[in-house]
Design a protein around this ligand. Sequence first.
Ligand SMILES: Cc1ncc(COP(=O)(O)O)c(C=O)c1O
Length: 370
Amino acid sequence: MHIDKFKVEEWFNKYEYWAKYDLADTCVDSLSVNELLEIAKASDVEEIFNRKLNYGDIHGSERLKMAISSLYENQEVDNITITHGAIGANQLVMHSLIERGDKVVSIIPTYQQHYSIPKSVGADVRCYVLKEENNWLPDLDELEELVGQDTKIICMNNPNNPTGAVISDDMMIKIARIAEKSNAYILCDEVYRGLKHEGNPFTESIADIYDKGISTGSMSKVFSLAGLRLGWIAANRDVIDEVNHQREYNTISVGILDDYFAALAIENKDKIIERNIEKVNTGKKILTDWLDKEQRVHCVMPQAGTTAFVGYDIPIKSTNLCAKLQEETGVMLLPGETMELDGYFRIGYGNNFEQLEAALGIFSEWLKKI
Ligand SMILES: Cc1ncc(COP(=O)(O)O)c(C=O)c1O
């Protein structure tokens, strides 16, 4: 099966291992097992070390699925299946629901899976491109026109990577109405749901507001536990049955240690999310101060997540800008071209604040010379 190169991952493979200042990372300061145990004050941890490492519960433990269901309004244990990260969740949904010739609307910029997987199975993929002047939010009339009456699935990401834009609950309901006219599914990648910077960190989930809404999530961003490689799908029973049927071929189960630590983390979600919101707001403040001073860049400030999508006024392609910057200074950014939008770069601000501040200073000096 042919599939396009995953541009973001390729960039990481080529540049991350020698970056002196990694501003491309999208996680919030990852937790160690000890830090997680400290936060959770877990008393039953001996039990997990004595457990035999068999396949465990095939579709994920009841305890984990109960914890995940607490992140939603209406999703019960039976509406959830456990996957290998959100990357596994997205892939399973798309391979379960999309066939050759199906019309798929993908809202970009987004994680490349959302258009390259449908394209690889021969779907008719139409990309709806978000614009900075609309605060990176969809224009609903334009979206409705593109979706029409014959779309099988809308693939999207809320809160958005790379822009940090948040689609309001009200707008999400309107998008669901657009999908309904076409009887379309909505796959909403919600890996950053739980990291809204102000107010309730959780936006409404598409799975809670639309019967054909499918939510994918994971431990990577909101819970700072990317190393667990654990994600999930929340959707109606028919979708979950279909996904589980596909899942037999590529997952069997996730590791029981991952399942256990994920449950523990979600059971302590308030403490972990409070920690992480504080961190992203610290990083965002450093970024805001830099953006205020830096004349050659512009940015609609992110409302959630860990990344900002920054535009620049220099006539150079974003891949060249980022490559040159890293070669000359060691500062790593992610070029917008890897997310199909030139003239921008993505910056992660959830980590290493001293590094972030130092790297932004170095970047400013470099910008003066270019
Ligand atoms: C929008 C989005 N979806 C999915 C993923 C993959 O997440 P996971 O680590 O849970 O597989 C990422 C990772 O960066 C992402 O940004």
